[in-house]
Design a protein around this ligand. Structure first.
Ligand code: SAM
Ligand code: SF4
Length: 479
């Protein structure tokens, strides 16, 4: 899953510049000029799940007569699809609302909606705190958007933050906003039942529910028919995917779902995220091994390398269990399988020695990549209610630095292992630095750059890797 935003920057742009472009890692809607009468601009923050939800929202709004636009000043309706995972993510959205006020003043008829986790967490109070907001809609209420828009058209403010035990939006055909035309997200489940003590997700996205397996396979088939080459199956804990037909005659677990999607086409690469260490089974690992088109890459967030801290985090596994799962990955899928993690530095009461356990776990696993954060207390979570956020900020930041430095070392070491080997790369487009070079990803999700020659976006190319940096492999096509 994509990293949570970490916007440690000073925004010194003019109000005009800042209002025209959001900061850093946000996703913005594309232009769908189909002649609809009104235009929706949607900006998405946080994780891939949110980016995927914005595609569902765009589809619902399209049916209501809205094209999407990438230009905020063209918009009749502006949505921010928000993240609550850390305090900074929420602050970013509040700053952004301040910038959008600039446009609302120029065009008072512009409607402003806050969607997603922050809407769910703050509910009606968001309307009181942020005066420019007209509607607040939680992640399970997007089908109600047409009614809510009608209320706002009628001069009211509108809120729907009801969580659902059933909603999976299975029948909605997403409008692909986040795609390069090569890879797409497929949401396979919603919510989370895990209650990790630091995490706000169970409160903002509700109970876990799995989507009808047939609708997932149909979505993958439709993507293949449109020329897509890669799908990423998304869920907070994909290994606990479990769907059963209403009459009980059919039931599908995650390993079986992976197999069904892999069988859609041998040319379709299948990725998935996120795997929870407590739930990932050998059956899943053997399914990954069985199909060449299931990527040998597992995002397996550890959060900490210390068993006492893991217990406080309510992760329901300990260091030994985690190491056992990594050993199983290595035994079944080999040394080349990519493994990445999420790590939290400075969780409540974490000692210096316990922090060292995180670093030693990183040495043991040799992660290809990690998303790394320092602990940010979130209101309402188990940790906020029961534990003291007692690690000083400077200590959290120093520990995070050490984790980041360790990760840089292991990423480089892992990338060096790739030199001299041929990798199958799916081309995503030109490289950022040169039109003469292409950028794609190998099986392990690493970015590979090579000379363009006659290759193009969407091709699978065999690339001999000749060099690397901490974040990138460089090579030449050998077909
Ligand atoms: N479901 C995934 C899992 O269990 O690994 C992760 C979902 S969460 C959206 C992404 C990551 O954000 C977590 O793995 C964790 O590292 C980080 N995170 C969540 N809550 C946090 C908090 N309060 N402070 C710092 N990082 C946090
Ligand atoms: Fe949050 Fe834990 Fe659920 Fe992941 S598994 S979303 S960290 S509660």
């Amino acid at each position: 899953m994509k990293p949570i935003l970490d916007l440690d920057f000073i925004d010194n742009r003019t109000p005009e510049q800042a209002a025209a472009a959001p900061s850093c890692d946000t996703h913005i809607s594309k232009d769908t000029n189909t002649g609809r009468t009104r235009k929706l601009y949607i900006e998405s923050y946080g994780c891939a799940m949110n980016f995927s939800d914005s595609e569902i929202v765009s589809s619902i709004m399209f049916e209501q007569g809205f094209d999407t636009t990438s230009e905020i000043d063209q918009a009749d309706l502006v949505f921010l699809n928000t993240c609550s995972i850390r305090e900074k993510a929420e602050q970013t959205v509040r700053n952004r609302l301040g910038q959008i006020n600039y446009y609302k003043k120029k065009k008072p008829s512009m409607m402003i909606g806050v969607l997603g986790c922050m809407a769910e967490r703050l509910k009606k109070s968001l309307l009181e705190e942020e005066k420019i907001v007209d509607l607040v809609v939680g992640p399970d209420a997007y089908r109600d958007l047409p009614n809510l828009i009608n209320e706002v058209d009628g001069g009211q403010k509108a809120v729907n933050v009801l969580l659902s035990r059933e909603e999976t939006y299975a029948d909605i055909n997403p409008i692909r906003l986040n795609s390069n035309g090569v890879s797409a997200f497929i949401s396979i489940m919603r919510g989370c039942d895990n209650m990790c003590s630091f995490c706000v997700v169970p409160f903002t996205r509700g109970r876990e529910r799995s989507r009808d397996a047939h609708s997932i396979v149909r979505e993958a088939e439709a993507l293949v028919a449109q020329g897509y080459k890669e799908v990423t199956l998304l869920g907070q804990n994909v290994d606990s995917y479990k769907w059963a037909s209403e009459d009980g005659s059919e039931s599908v677990n995650f390993a079986q779902l992976l197999e069904k999607v892999a069988l859609v086409s041998p040319d379709l690469r299948v990725r998935f995220s996120t795997s929870h260490p407590k739930d990932i089974t050998d059956e899943v690992l053997y399914t990954i091994k069985k199909y060449d088109n299931i990527c040998k890459y597992i995002h397996l967030p550890a959060q900490s390398g210390n068993s006492r801290v893991l217990e406080l985090m309510n992760r329901t596994y300990d260091r030994e269990w985690y190491i056992n799962r990594v050993d199983a990955i290595r035994a079944i899928l080999g040394e080349d399988c990519g493994i990445s993690s999420d790590m939290i530095a400075g969780f409540c009461t974490e000692t210096e020695e316990e922090h060292q356990d995180t670093l030693s776990l990183m040495d043991y696993v040799q992660y290809d990549y990690s998303y790394m954060f320092f602990y940010s207390e979130r209101p309402g979570t188990l940790a906020a209610r029961k534990l003291e956020d007692d690690i000083p900020l400077e200590v959290k930041k120093r520990r995070l630095d050490e984790i980041i430095n360790k990760q840089r070392e292991t990423s480089l070491a892992r990338n060096k292992r790739d030199i001299g080997k041929v990798h199958k790369v799916l081309v995503e487009g030109p490289s950022k630095k040169s039109e003469e070079q292409l950028s794609g990803r190998n099986d392990q999700n690493k970015v590979v750059i090579f000379d363009k020659k006659h290759y193009k976006k969407g091709d699978y190319v065999n690339v001999l890797v000749t060099d690397c940096s901490v974040g990138t492999l460089f090579g030449e096509a050998v077909d």
